[in-house]
Design a protein around this ligand. Sequence first.
Ligand code: NAD
Length: 487
Amino acid sequence: MEIRTNAPVAVVGAGTMGVGIAQVAAIAGHCVTVLDMNAEALDRGRTGLGASLDAAVARGRLDQAARNEIWDRIHWSQDLALAANAALVVEAIVEELEIKRRLFGGLARVVRFNTVLASNTSSLEIGAIAEQLSLRGRFLGLHFFNPVPAMKLVEVIAGPDTDPAVVEAVTSLMRAWGKMPVRVRDVAGFIVNRVARPYYAEGFAALGEGVDPATVDAAMVEAGGFRMGPLSLADMIGHDVNYAVAASVFDAGVGLPRFRLQEAQRSLVERKLLGRKSSKGVYDYTAPLPAPFYIDGTSARIEARVSDGGLLRPVVEAARAAGVAVLHDDRLPPETIELDGIRMALGDGRTLAERTGVHILVDHARDFTIAKTIAITARSASHAAVAAGFFRAAERRTLMVADRPGQLVLRTLAQLANAAADTIADQIASAEDVETAMLYGANHPEGPLSWARRLGCDRVRLTLGHIARATGDPIYSPSALFEGRVS
Ligand code: NAD
């Protein structure tokens, strides 16, 4: 089976997603019929799609002639019967099981014997939508990301009765549309909304323990390497939307503790503090945003002693290049730097209180070579100032985080890797597809397993074990994949 890019496509729902999907399909060469029961939605969709194509012309991505051809290939209607000739129908209507079921029931009566039907649902089970459908073999999930023209990822979800040849044909078609398709089992959250959950959960957990939001976000951006911090990202998405995704994953996981909902976020939703769209969320957008509190370093000349810098080596080398006296001292454990008798060690999931003889705990950066900020936990303000002086010499800024198991960046990265590992251990998706999904569907700077492999899976397992013990929370228990219990 094959769906060619000159075959007709229908998109049902002229909202945010439907219009984006129609645009991508028309650019790929299809004649596209956009169907919506609401005439105003069709008008809005047509205007929006026209503006989006014009913007592509203005940016030099499309010439005017191509724009006009694409535009002429798109038709708009309220008449569902016009889906009759489509080789593929993509549904992007409201996220309501009964309404989607009714729509597909209606489509099944008008489409050809070999039309493929797809739902863009983000939280419903494909099997549940298809339950009463006569065409279950030709029905599957195609989960696009917003904005569709810019986001490369598409999660392709087979229902229990989907014909593998249909999955194959649609996967190839998505590549022809310029997308990166990944295959996912029919589970709530698919890959991205399931594996990305800890990013928000850890942000809210730190906030709940009194870490100030600007520090959480700055540490995750400047040391973690993420494009946005978890709290400002959730403010941008809208807490109602983000919380609803979390709730659907939690409900479908029948209350698994790892997907439990964040009280702090629920409270924001209840108080209608939805984020940027309501001017207030975690942050108040009617006032200047708070800046993170970077620590001033002492300017006294410091001497650093180190044996094996390990992951901290790029920072040590930068300090040495800036003129700090760095002496080799075999007696020191690896990844430990001694500054005039003050001992600074890289975090391993244990708290500073548990680390006898250590004065400063350095949180991880995703990559110390490029991290411009280092987060630390210190026993006293004077210890913190000495550390900040050393990092300033190495051209890094210093942030202070509370003494909590796994600190902030390490704990978040480890939990993202844990969620990814479970997704593989539970045979929801392949390791390669999980990595692709997080890079192209969540815009993460690195796949969670790539990070875990660089750190060493044993080290990730030990770190998670330390966090699980210190917090007493089973959500940190290392995945079976890290325990070597998965072949
Ligand atoms: P939207 O509210 O912007 O648009 C939905 C459109 O569907 C509206 O124009 C509405 O008039 C139309 N519609 C509703 N019922 C209909 C019916 N029975 N027949 C024909 N048209 C009907 O919604 P959206 O944000 O584009 O989301 C659509 C789907 O995509 C949902 O299932 C959602 O979960 C999923 N999704 C959304 C996003 C996102 O970021 N917005 C991302 C991925 C998936």
